[in-house]
Ligand binder design. Structure first.
Ligand code: GDP
Ligand code: MG
Length: 374
């Protein structure tokens, strides 16, 4: 699970509420201080943290005399404040079936664009979109080979060139060709160069002009924490960034800061990168994310995922087999194979209320998956 450390600290603080015999201002203060510390250590902006503290204290005071359950009230207020911090009003773009959707990826070099393009392509391919990849990075040596290897691994058609040096020309040719071939989702990977150079921004603007994407996705590495705010704004100024994907949330303690900083720029976060494998991409929804972070689970997602594991039409048969004791080794194998296809196993477990944070730090997930495979 991402931001495991933050999640553990937050649930630890909230547990104090459950354990206290009486919830009074003293207890609230202790809990809020712990929550604040945890958020600040995750690099969340101090302004947000203060606002969260003030809002919850105010709610507590308003309800102190009413006899309402204060424990529940505080828990709900914490969840609501964190969700608000990560939410953006604007609804993000979603590719539409039966239509050509051109999506352009931008971001600094090393932020994870090429990897994320492939994860994104694979995600939508699993949702039955006819998907393809275009490599418009002519700057980095071996960029085309990297995309080619990735695309081949997830079996997605790709376009690129070893000889053409003009990224605008490649992007245009690739998109035109795939459009002709009737692809529904055309994903264009661009170069990142080094820092926010003028050249990079100029190139991005030219590619954008040439292919007129339906959506520009900005990919950002979470390790810089709240510094994400300035970077996101700079890219937004240059091209029409519609949504953001934040990567490497599996390894960085500053992830909370990155997420809240991006939300503050009013760009919706649509996915988060949680590892180097092509399955390690999670759809991001603020409320669900916060509930899981606080160990409250997400039943809707749990049931959706179960539906994915046991495909439509087979569910009744599956239950019947279980009920009558006719569940064979072969059926178990089928289930395991589906489980391995749904993505990170810890993510699935975190949908279950009360489980989420108990798994943290325990059982290495990769080891677990290896065991299932065996
Ligand atoms: P690009 O220069 O923006 O195209 O970045 P790449 O896609 O080449 O990625 C740079 C490095 O980051 C590679 O080693 C990737 O495997 C790694 N990477 C990308 N996304 C993630 C992620 O979500 N988690 C982790 N741990 N590594 C990632
Ligand atoms: Mg790249």
């Amino acid at each position: 699970m991402v931001l495991a450390e933050l999640g553990q600290k937050l649930t630890g603080a909230l547990r104090k509420l459950q354990n206290a015999t009486v919830v009074d201002e003293e207890v609230l203060k202790k809990v809020l201080n712990e929550i604040s510390m945890a958020l600040l250590q995750s690099d969340v902006n101090v302004k947000f943290v203060k606002k969260l503290k003030d809002n919850i204290t105010m709610q507590f005071k308003l309800n102190e005399q009413t006899g309402n359950s204060l424990r529940k009230l505080i828990l709900q207020a914490v969840a609501a404040e964190l969700t608000g911090m990560l939410s953006v009003d604007r609804k993000p773009f979603e590719p539409k079936k039966g239509k050509v959707n051109v999506v352009m990826f931008v971001g600094l070099q090393g932020s994870g664009k090429t990897t994320t393009c492939t994860k994104f392509a694979s995600y939508w391919q699993r949702k039955n979109f006819r998907t393809c990849l275009v490599c418009a990075d002519t700057f980095r040596a071996g960029a085309f080979d990297q995309l080619k290897q990735n695309a081949t691994k997830v079996r997605i058609p790709f376009y690129g060139s070893y000889s053409e040096v003009d990224p605008v020309a490649i992007a245009k040719e690739g998109v035109t060709q795939f459009k002709k071939e009737g692809f529904e989702l055309i994903i264009v990977d661009t170069s990142g160069r080094h820092k926010q150079e003028d050249d990079l921004f100029e190139e991005m603007i030219q590619v954008e002009k040439a292919i007129k994407p339906d959506e520009v996705i900005f990919v950002m590495d979470s390790s810089i924490g709240q510094a994400c705010y300035d970077q996101a704004l700079a890219f937004k100024k240059a091209v029409k960034v519609g949504s953001v994907i934040i990567t490497k949330l599996d390894g960085h303690a500053k992830g909370g800061g990155a997420l809240s900083a991006v939300a503050a720029t009013e760009s919706p976060i649509t996915f988060i990168g949680v590892g180097e494998h092509f399955n390690d991409l999670e759809k991001f929804e603020a409320e669900s994310f916060v509930n899981r972070l606080l160990g409250l689970g997400d039943l809707r997602k749990l049931f959706d995922t179960i539906k994915e594991i046991v495909p439509e039409g087979q569910q009744e048969q599956f239950l019947e087999k279980l009920a009558t004791g006719n569940f064979r080794l072969k059926d178990l194998q089928t289930q395991y194979n589906s489980i391995l296809n749904i993505g990170p196993l810890n993510q699935f477990m975190s949908f279950i209320p009360g489980i989420g944070n108990m798994l943290q730090g325990q059982a290495n997930e990769k080891e677990g998956i290896k065991k299932i495979r065996r």
